[in-house]
Design a protein around this ligand. Structure first.
Ligand SMILES: [Zn+2]
Ligand SMILES: [Zn+2]
Length: 351
């Protein structure tokens, strides 16, 4: 079998508007599944990448999209995990070395092998070809890198779980958000709104720390117990030494020392957003209360499945605004202006 051509939306060059093109998808291998994409979420990383803001150039044209929900259309000869018609998702990676310690432990996102984690777009796959993401009608992927989407979650609202959902679920699970634990979510955007929902469902006491009180009603509706404005200096005095865990979803420059001061003894601040410049940390913000600053990146395949199942059981999904593909460029501008509650999702039938 040869490649098939499918429709997609791509950025032809850095900072250029996205436009409709056709791209090749590889022929179905023995362990591959062909997914008919139904919805693709718009993640802030998509925008960084097509604007070449992360300094790693890029293989243009770039077809972004790593929050993918769809239905299996066809399976390869030796596929055992999926059948045509199954509801599936694809997240931020489509392959990894499969042999390193991390891959064997199900932590494919931290693959240390030569192949490394193969990003869903703008990466080089095992076959040497550039990967193309979810802003397209179809995708071919090895069955071991797809996820099963529970029946109880609508596919459009499920799509953002594949990046935003797992980005928050993994640190919340790892640092044990749960009953008796106080968790702060910094920033109430696409990531933060999932953080509030998941931390609340895990049983933690959840506080939103947002620049202003503009989205306070939303925050409380999503499951937050408390909501504070970080533009008010009193917030940092009132909440000093409060939290077991702070997840920072903001990629803008923040005074991390002020936030570290909100941690109680042995508390951890987990950095999820990636600002362009380094964040200065004063050692004495950490030393006196044995505080930690950590990083976390998405989740492996087993944990991503665990997250989807957790969301299915607890009735969680993203708050979304579904758009047609011809509105992607407009949606990018609105994401940059924080004018979305809380995730744009592209209806792939309009591509
Ligand atoms: Zn993402
Ligand atoms: Zn590996």
């Amino acid at each position: 079998m040869t490649h098939t051509s499918v429709a997609a939306y791509a950025a032809p060059a850095p900072k250029a508007p996205l436009e409709r093109i056709t791209i090749p998808r590889r022929a179905l291998g023995a362990h591959d599944i062909l997914i008919e994409i139904k919805y693709a979420g718009i993640c802030h990383s998509d925008i960084h990448t097509v604007r070449a803001e992360w300094g790693d150039g890029g293989n243009f044209p770039i077809v972004p999209g790593h929050e993918i929900a769809g239905v299996v259309a066809e399976v390869g000869a030796e596929v055992t995990r999926y059948r045509a018609g199954d509801r599936v998702g694809v997240g931020c990676f489509v392959d990894s070395c499969r042999e390193c310690e991390n891959c064997r432990a199900g932590l494919q996102q931290y693959c240390t092998g030569d192949l490394g984690m193969v990003g869903t777009y703008n990466a080089t796959g095992r076959d040497g070809e550039t990967t193309h993401g979810g802003y397209s009608t179809h995708l071919v992927i090895d069955e071991n890198y797809a996820l099963r989407i529970p029946e109880s979650i609508p596919l459009d609202a499920a799509a953002p779980l594949l990046c935003a959902g797992i980005t928050l679920y993994s640190p919340l699970a790892h640092w044990k958000a749960g009953p008796g634990r106080k968790v702060a979510v910094v920033g109430l955007g696409g990531l933060g709104h999932m953080g509030v929902k998941i931390a609340h469902a895990m049983g933690a006491e959840v506080t939103v720390l947002s620049q202003s009180l503009r989205k306070k009603d939303d925050g409380l509706r999503l499951g937050a117990d408390h909501y504070y404005a970080t533009s008010d200096p009193a917030t940092f005095e009132q909440l000093a030494g409060t939290f077991d865990l702070i997840v920072n979803t903001v990629s803008a420059d923040l005074d991390l020392n002020a936030y570290v001061g909100l941690l109680r003894t042995d508390g951890t601040l987990v950095q999820l957003g990636a600002p362009e410049r380094p964040l200065p940390v004063a050692p004495f913000a950490l030393i006196p209360q044995r505080r930690s600053i950590a990083g976390s990146m998405i989740g492996g395949i087993p944990e991503t499945q665990e997250m989807l199942d957790f969301c299915g059981e607890h009735g969680l999904a993203a708050d979304i605004e579904v758009i047609s593909a011809d509105r992607i460029n407009e949606a990018y501008e609105r994401v940059l202006a924080s004018d979305v509650r809380y995730r744009f999702v592209i209806d792939a039938s309009t591509i």
